[in-house]
Design a protein around this ligand. Sequence first.
Ligand code: MSP
Length: 640
Amino acid sequence: MNKYITTPIYYVNGEAHIGHAYTTFIADTVARYEKLKGNKTYFLTGTDEHGQKIEESAQKSGKPTQEFADEISATFKNLWDEFEIDYDKFIRTTDADHMKGVQKAFEVMHAKGDIYKDFYEGHYCVSCETFFPETQLVDGEFCPDCGKPTNVVKEESYFFRLSKYENALLEYYEQNPDFILPRSRANEVKNFVKGGLRDLSVTRTSFTWGVPLPESMNDKEHVMYVWLDALMNYVTALGYGKDDANMEFWPASMQLVGKDILRFHAIYWPAFLMSLDLPLPKHIGAHGWWTRDGEKMSKSKGNVVSPREVSNAYGVENLRYFMLREVPFGQDGDFSQRALIDRINSELSNDLGNLLNRIIGMSGKYSDFEIDSKDVQKYHTKELDAMNGALANLDEFMQNMQTHRYLEELWKLFAIGNKAIEEHAPWTKMKEDKRDEALATVALVANILAKASIMLSPVMPKTTETIADALNFTIDNSSYNEFVIDKKLLKLFNIKQVPPLFPRVEEPLMAEAPEAQPNKPEEESKEEVERDNLIEIGQFFETSLKVGHIIEAEEVPKSKKLLKLQVDLGDSDIRQVVAGIKEFYSAEDLVGTEVCVVANLKPAKLMGMISEGMLLAAKDEDGLCLVRPEKPKKAGTPIG
Ligand code: MSP
């Protein structure tokens, strides 16, 4: 069967971060899994290079736009190559073939009567490259998706008749309940469509960095809207508009996207395809967002996780394993070195790595590294049944994109192996002169490792290659059929010694992210800014300030700055406050003292701990001091 897997194409206005790496890792894993199963697979990734956002970024960098796009696009491609991402094509929306394909699509839609010219007047968010009607704006001005100010745009535009496809889309969602994965995300899409679709402005005249309209339109004023251009990449990559060379792979089996761009892929994209009379993708898989140490990543905070940095420190395959195991697909995930190290040490090193080392050690000692499966059936039917049961569950998890369940299930195999060794204690059997039994247990575990490696190979291709090499076989579709589908056991062979695959990690190998400092006044609090930002008294009273009594205080391990406090705000309201004051106060001295607390802040997470308030403090070059009531006041006394 043909399988076509795609990632979104990444904007070239900045280098890749772990969010991008995550999508690419999942897609690479799915593609490798399909290949392993013997499916004919095509895996596409690439870069999205047109639009106002890229044009503006290039201008800021002082480089010609194409040169700027070339450079950033190359950083993505190089990173994926370094990570051995096994893509079949890396598409760029500035490729001539792609641009021709988009023009062809425009002509087809136009000929069908789905594109017409009119005037557009509305609000445009450059950052999201999206138009919004006034009713959707926050405070009449700001983008509902990213919060940035929008621009009022009034220009002539070609429109795509999106409204025409409203019913067809709703019908498709109904008939294909697995079109959007996880299913829990489908409702937001359906509701959006049910709320009514407006025709979509698909050209722009206010800038030029985009695909020109086809010559047949005879209109040089317009360039294509970046999302029409970008979405078409999924078919132009297969030769749409040129030679259809690989169109046999369409419709895509799995299109991976982040939750923020689901709407484009689950509404606009299928509508464009219907207009082009092309079949719709089988699945759109929408994953969640990654944070770092509980905080949103942003360039200004300096806490963006660089995938290369993590890979250099911990190894790219350990990162792949971590990301796919840590987060249920569709949910948001948090990257922290602690969580990564825990998984490396307990799951990779202890469960998997040790099992391999034990088998190499025992086979060396008892049988001169020879593994023979001849007696495995005789002594280990229980374990073989349990192993085959877990192996049989894996496919469904992968088909539903539940990578964490897939890996969890796979790890049951190592538990079966480790338990068999404890229960059957081959070293005792050897002493009791039950050599066949002892060697059967060693062979059982070698078989478990072999089968598990095959199924782990889409996630950790290199590591499992080393395991397979030690076990004298090659991971490919034929070994998958032999050992997983037909449940055969390894033939007689000599095991090879390999160095430990997952050395334990004792302490973080990368610099920590800059710590969040809840009590630090914002950098901009300079006099000019203050003058420009005068507020009404009512705005001040929106902040609830109260006297708090500190009843407990302790240091946060591994943090230079943070103390964890329990603060009494009266009326049994005890709050946990994590404050960056450790350099100035000892935990002991704080207990029993009074402080001023901002009591109506949204809770925030700091180093994994919830903080439910903020202490008022004054800070200058001499240090920081807490602001306290001049005379003792009851806990909860309002300030203001
Ligand atoms: N160019 C568009 C996609 C066009 S596809 C026809 C785009 N590019 S992007 O570079 O901004 O984002 C690419 C992908 O990265 C999106 O799927 C987005 O969800 C994902 N991520 C961006 N930040 C992320 C995290 N912090 N965490 C996880 N994924 C995130 O959108």
